[in-house]
Design a binder for this molecule. Structure first.
Ligand code: TYM
Length: 343
């Protein structure tokens, strides 16, 4: 893990390295979100100084129904707590509660080129999906995301593989500002799991599993055991009936194997060896069982948190205050360097 620049305040020697990551409250998170990102957030909470954000400003780059957005945002916070994130150790907050995100987004927009944004594959995908609403926010989304990361002088950003390009542009923007003004931002590194950085759709295993796709394509973290079983039973495989890890030629089977590996911690070799001579039904049963076992304790804890509005409020209020203090330091520093008159 390479690090190129240390934050000025507080001195690096006095604190752990910092993490910032986020998730959009645009639906119930999938098993892909969990394996690719959220699970690592929990694993890293002791080693790093962590901030985890519910990216609600990002969510409105596609049209959202207000009541649903509010409900999904609180649901997401409950899920972050349910996966075990301790709000004392981790700063958990809503992006919209920390106004510095929008302000930093504007500053960085003025240092980012149209050509850079038009190369973003997620913009191309999303604008094809939402052809009736190709708004400017969707176009400059990676700039807002860069601001999210840079505001906290994050060293590490645990994300799934689909965010790699956004992280690269974040590094480019930070490097550009540092070259112009020197020492503004820490240059962050990405962090993705070896297995499960890209969990694929159950119906179209050449595409990533996404919470905005039709129900049968993904496992939702809150899916009941029966739903999980049904979805895996219907998952696309192939006709050669051989259990082998070969993402190019056997994407469906390889995806199920990856999920099973990620959830059980087994190596691919030993997993494939243990399934020798067995059929796809056995593989689907095994992945169903592992998924249900993983989700059960999360769902139980979720049930407790979602009903406790006062507790959720105390968590997100405290989170916003803590996040805002750090964000303000970076924003003021950047504004001063750029040449604004100090308040
Ligand atoms: P979002 O909400 O799409 O996804 C949240 C996290 O889940 C990962 N992920 C996956 N990992 C493996 N397989 C999949 N099928 C899969 N689908 C999603 C994503 O890579 C991500 O890590 N732009 C971000 C949110 C964001 C952010 C940030 C992240 C806003 N600001 C700053 C990091 C730092 C997004 O839309 O994630």
């Amino acid at each position: 893990m390479e690090q190129r620049n240390e934050p000025m305040n507080p001195p690096a020697a006095e604190r752990k390295k910092r993490i910032l990551s986020g998730i959009q409250p645009s639906g119930t998170p999938t098993l892909g979100n969990y394996i690719g990102a959220m699970r690592n957030w929990k694993l890293l909470e002791d080693q790093y100084d962590c901030l985890y954000m519910i990216a609600d400003l990002h969510a409105i780059t596609v049209r959202q129904e207000p009541a649903k957005l509010r409900a999904q945002s609180l649901q997401m916070l409950s899920l972050l707590l349910a996966i075990g994130l301790d709000p004392e150790k981790n700063v958990l907050f809503f992006q919209s509660h920390v106004h510095q995100h929008a302000e930093m987004g504007w500053l960085l927009n003025c240092f980012t080129y149209m050509g850079e944004m038009s190369r973003m594959t997620q913009f191309k995908d999303k604008s094809a999906k939402h052809a009736d609403n190709i708004n400017c926010g969707l176009f400059t989304y990676p700039v807002l995301m860069a601001g999210d990361i840079l505001l906290y002088q994050a060293n590490l950003v645990p994300v799934g593989a689909d965010q790699t390009q956004h992280l690269e542009i974040c590094r480019d923007i930070a490097t550009r500002l540092n070259a112009l003004y020197s020492g503004v931002f820490t240059i962050p590194e990405g962090y993705s799991p070896k297995i499960g950085a890209r969990v694929m759709s159950l119906q179209d295993p050449k595409r990533k599993m996404s919470k905005s796709d039709p129900e049968d394509c993904f496992i939702g973290i809150l899916d009941t055991p029966d739903t999980v079983r049904r979805k895996y039973r219907r998952a696309v495989t192939d006709s050669d009936a051989q259990i082998r890890f070969d993402p190019e030629n056997k994407p469906g089977v390889s995806n199920l194997l990856s999920i099973l590996c990620a959830l059980t911690g087994e190596t691919m070799e030993s997993l494939v060896a243990s399934l020798e001579g067995k059929g796809y039904g056995d593989l689907k049963n095994a992945v169903t069982e592992a998924t249900v076992e993983t989700l059960k304790p999360i769902q139980e804890r979720f049930g407790q948190f979602i009903g406790d509005k006062a507790y959720l409020e105390s968590v997100y209020r405290e989170g916003a205050q803590r996040a805002s203090r750090i964000a303000e330091r970076t924003l003021s520093k950047a504004m001063k360097k750029i040449g604004f008159v100090a308040k």
